[in-house]
Design a protein. Structure first.
Length: 109
């Protein structure tokens, strides 16, 4: 997959939306492992807009992780501040419907 591109207006709006979010994926010293990518895919398919924290002091390595993660997830890079990365991908309607199937059966009348 390739990373999405967004307009400056979209980026501004997404940055504002991401302000109150907490990181949902943490990347440690091992970098982008298959488990991290799987967790990021799950998080972005559920939420659409996610924050990722990278525990590493090498700025160039963080940028490389950011670009690779966006590419592997097919997501748009929104913001990179220090060790926090913000990514966005529109929630697929089919995926959202599948996620909600389990919820509708648990609701009480």
């Amino acid at each position: 997959m390739t990373a999405l591109t967004i307009t400056p207006a979209q980026r501004k709006s997404l940055k504002a939306d991401a302000h109150g979010l907490s990181p949902v994926v943490m990347i440690g010293g091992d970098g982008l492992t298959p488990a991290v990518i799987k967790e990021a895919k799950l998080a972005i398919s559920h939420h659409g807009l996610i924050k990722v924290r990278v525990f590493g002091d090498d700025r160039d390595a963080r940028i490389a992780i950011y670009e690779e993660l966006c590419d592997k997830l097919g997501a748009a890079p929104v913001q990179h501040i220090g060790k926090l990365l913000v990514l966005w991908k529109p929630i697929d309607i089919v995926d959202a419907a599948m996620l909600n199937l389990g919820r509708s059966s648990k609701q009480t009348k």
